[in-house]
Design a protein around this ligand. Structure first.
Ligand code: 13P
Length: 248
């Protein structure tokens, strides 16, 4: 019996068109048991949220935004407010994905503001963090994780999850070994406790080249509470396979 309900999250990134999303959701619905062991969440691009919501109504699947702006509303062309995501039925939002940190220069303070905004707007933040290859080679992994976690949670959210996504494992086919991932997760859980969060209840997901082939041995580690899946989540059959590795 797992200590925490596992969470299987699909980050579609900038992929799929409306018809693909509709076919995907139909396949996901058909393949999931009525009460899956894992909580299942999809993170589609913003224009796909309404068709995904329509296709998933009543299914045991939630959906969320890949990002949000920290402000409630205002003159921020191209950005999305948490209230708009909630209005589209989102219950989750990614904060601080490494592709946002890299492509949009989001630092820890910006990520912290997004986590706070998510909570304000009724969304559960999924705080993403992880070291780069250079940071790992320089022996800075734990310092980076400690800082990203502490600063990202500065607003002290009550309900949130964390995704450990080593940047060197994202989209590279180079998955962290179960030992290495478990070590980082155990470190993060220790830091959550040190910061005064109810660490035993917080889900820490692993992300970075998760596939049906490696999900089983990762999921076997009690420190790993689920997955944030990119590439392999674009195929509903492969995502269903990964979900099933988290419990029947
Ligand atoms: P990949 O599974 O494609 O490596 O992506 C991981 C990721 O960034 C999920 O957020």
């Amino acid at each position: 019996m797992r200590a925490r309900r596992p969470l299987a999250a699909a980050n579609w990134k900038m992929h799929l068109l409306r018809a693909d999303a509709e076919r995907y959701c139909a396949a996901l619905r058909a393949g999931l048991p009525a009460a899956p062991a894992a909580e299942v969440v999809l993170f589609p691009s913003f224009p796909l949220l309404p068709p995904v919501a329509a296709a998933l109504g009543g299914a045991p699947v939630a959906w969320g935004g890949q990002d949000l702006h920290a402000a409630e509303k205002g003159a921020h062309t191209g950005d999305v407010a948490g209230a708009q995501l909630a209005d589209a039925g989102c219950t989750w939002v990614l904060c601080g994905h490494s592709e946002r940190r890299r492509d949009h220069g989001e630092g820890d303070a910006a990520v912290a503001a997004k986590v706070a905004a998510a909570v304000r707007d009724g969304l559960q933040p999924l705080l993403c963090l992880g070291e780069t290859r250079e940071e790992r080679h320089a022996g800075q992994t734990f310092a980076v994780l400690e800082r990203q976690l502490r600063e990202g949670l500065a607003s002290r959210p009550e309900r949130f999850a964390v995704a450990y996504e080593p940047v060197w494992a994202i989209g590279t086919g180079e998955t962290a070994t179960p030992e290495l991932a478990a070590e980082a997760h155990a470190f993060l859980r220790g830091q959550l406790a040190a910061l005064g969060f109810p660490a035993a209840a917080v889900r820490i997901l692993y992300g970075g080249s998760v596939t049906p082939e490696n999900a089983g041995e990762l999921a076997a580690r009690e420190e790993i509470d689920g997955f944030l899946v990119g590439g392999a989540s674009l195929d509903p059959g492969r995502f269903l396979d990964i979900i099933s590795r988290l419990g029947a």
